[in-house]
Design a protein around this ligand. Sequence first.
Ligand SMILES: Nc1ncnc2c1ncn2[C@@H]1O[C@H](COP(=O)(O)OP(=O)(O)O)[C@@H](O)[C@H]1O
Ligand SMILES: *[C@@H]1O[C@H](CO)[C@@H](O)[C@H](O)[C@H]1NC(C)=O
Ligand SMILES: *[C@@H]1O[C@H](CO)[C@@H](O)[C@H](O)[C@H]1NC(C)=O
Ligand SMILES: *[C@@H]1O[C@H](CO)[C@@H](O)[C@H](O)[C@H]1NC(C)=O
Ligand SMILES: *[C@@H]1O[C@H](CO)[C@@H](O)[C@H](O)[C@H]1NC(C)=O
Ligand SMILES: *[C@@H]1O[C@H](CO)[C@@H](O)[C@H](O)[C@H]1NC(C)=O
Ligand SMILES: [Mg+2]
Length: 379
Amino acid sequence: MMAVVIPLVGALTCFILWFGWMRRDRKVNIHRDEELELGLEGNNSEFTFFNFSQVLEATINFSVENKLGQGGFGPVYKGKLPDGLEIAIKRLASHSGQGFREFKNEVRLIAKLQHRNLVRLIGCCSQGEEKMLVYEYLPNKSLDFFIFDETRRTLLSWNQRLIIIEGTAQGLLYLHKHSRLRVIHRDVKASNILLDSEMNPKISDFGLAKMFSSNDSEGNTKRVVGTYGYMAPEYASEGLYSIKSDVFSFGVLILEILNGKRNSGFHQYKDFLNLLGYAWQLWSEGRWPELVDTSLVTESHPTLEMMRCINIALLCVQENAADRPTMSEVVAMLSSTSMVLPTPKHPAYFHVRVAKEEASTSAEPCSVYDMTISSPRGR
Ligand SMILES: Nc1ncnc2c1ncn2[C@@H]1O[C@H](COP(=O)(O)OP(=O)(O)O)[C@@H](O)[C@H]1O
Ligand SMILES: *[C@@H]1O[C@H](CO)[C@@H](O)[C@H](O)[C@H]1NC(C)=O
Ligand SMILES: *[C@@H]1O[C@H](CO)[C@@H](O)[C@H](O)[C@H]1NC(C)=O
Ligand SMILES: *[C@@H]1O[C@H](CO)[C@@H](O)[C@H](O)[C@H]1NC(C)=O
Ligand SMILES: *[C@@H]1O[C@H](CO)[C@@H](O)[C@H](O)[C@H]1NC(C)=O
Ligand SMILES: *[C@@H]1O[C@H](CO)[C@@H](O)[C@H](O)[C@H]1NC(C)=O
Ligand SMILES: [Mg+2]
């Protein structure tokens, strides 16, 4: 009897041990597959998960003095890590109710996007409902701080502005085409172009729009995330977005950089309510030099380079998305001085004019025009 039971128990024990070991091995493999899927096999060790107390310490309890600004996704604070690294923490306002795991994965994917013209995402923090993104800190604020200010505008020479235009184009090209994930920014605007210590442009808030509308398909979104004045007509009215709606916003941005005024909301351009209509009229009448910021013209006469930039901008803001160039075409046009540029068709919103009786009262500055809208849309 014993002679039978002992080997049986022994065999059973061996089997159980072996089975348990196999299961553990499989678990390890699954884990590794997930990491591969997340693209963590490479050099992503620099991504950090911060706990809430570390964030509090870095921002001195989210002190008012450390607040850098307030955007549509929530306030941004400056912070300093114990090792001295300066960071910017975006405290996301309302969130889509994503769990920690989904949020973590989404943020890790965004962190994989790395290019010299993109703001680097260093890590994130999640405390209950509260979610935060941790970015590298850029010391020279954002482009809007310079170009829309009467005196600071003069600090940006034409060459610097051209570097900003070209760098932004490269960053967008990377997002649209060369990154592993294809990303449509959906909120390209002057305040999302940050400037490093040498005034090189770095695009911020990429990948955020997707996180705030995780349940969309085929570019028809339930949530419009964008900013008045920069939104392509098909996006503003139908919620349809594509790489061409980013191209539209980029075109608006070029015109603002050249002209030094916001597209809409703050200014009137003769009897036009927006820069697009005004630019189109001047261009059609061959008076494009009038569009160029006067602080640029004192430095040198309006150049062919400026004219080519206006031409490219007008191609980007054409009403019909199919007529707009892709970012690779934009980059090619920007880098050539001899390539013959197509003739633009009329832009979107070009016919929006001021009614006669309104024309005398000047438009009130209205900060709402610079806010990111993140509103649910009915479908
Ligand atoms: N990484 C950063 N470094 C320095 N300043 C930043 C950074 N990110 C954002 N900011 C500042 O915080 C402000 C608010 O940013 P954000 O929430 O993106 O709002 P918006 O882009 O709608 O203005 C920006 O205008 C910018 O000046
Ligand atoms: C990872 O980064 C280190 C230095 O940061 C570098 O030496 C190494 O070659 C990188 N490895 C890969 C696979 O990119
Ligand atoms: C937060 O992280 C730091 C460093 O990793 C650690 O020392 C600290 O105990 C953590 N705090 C909490 C509340 O988990
Ligand atoms: C932050 O707040 C905590 C508790 O609310 C407090 O103990 C701590 O001293 C504060 N830190 C600073 C730097 O104010
Ligand atoms: C940009 O930042 C650098 C370093 O912080 C500073 O020296 C430089 O003056 C800044 N440039 C402008 C135009 O503010
Ligand atoms: C996303 O939309 C689909 C149908 O359009 C729905 O079945 C699903 O539950 C939605 N998911 C979330 C997280 O809202
Ligand atoms: Mg922003």
